[in-house]
Write a protein that binds this ligand. Sequence first.
Ligand code: THU
Length: 142
Amino acid sequence: MHSMENSQYTDLVKAALDARAMAYVPYSHYAVGAALLTEEGEIYRGGNIENASYGATNCAERTAIFKAVSEGRRRFAAIAIAGGMEGCEPVDYAWPCGICRQVMREFAGKDFRVLVARSASDYKEYLLEELLPCGFGGESIK
Ligand code: THU
């Protein structure tokens, strides 16, 4: 874990907190927001999108990543994540699920950071490698 104040990261965390407003969560009522920073400095936001067939739900992180990749972006610097019950401020840090960690791994460089936030001023910073050690990647199947 790394903790350092960085204004670019503070903006990214705020974007993740804002993105919670767009989450579609009629079943769990747990609203997650993610904000993905491209290496060029753009931010792509995403919320979780649930489905009556629960397994078809898409997490906030993957919404943001798929939005960016589908717009031609593939080089990312960081992702911020915030989650909590709909209409309430986050109480705990929102950790990315295993599937989202694997999807991050696909597009992350060695330096890719994951920020888990409770508020704009209360967040923790990790390297993806810390959250997904010994991960499986495309280099293994070349
Ligand atoms: N969820 C995310 O959006 N990201 C995660 O990494 C973990 C879980 C969502 C999926 C579902 O809509 C809700 O949180 C409860 O599982």
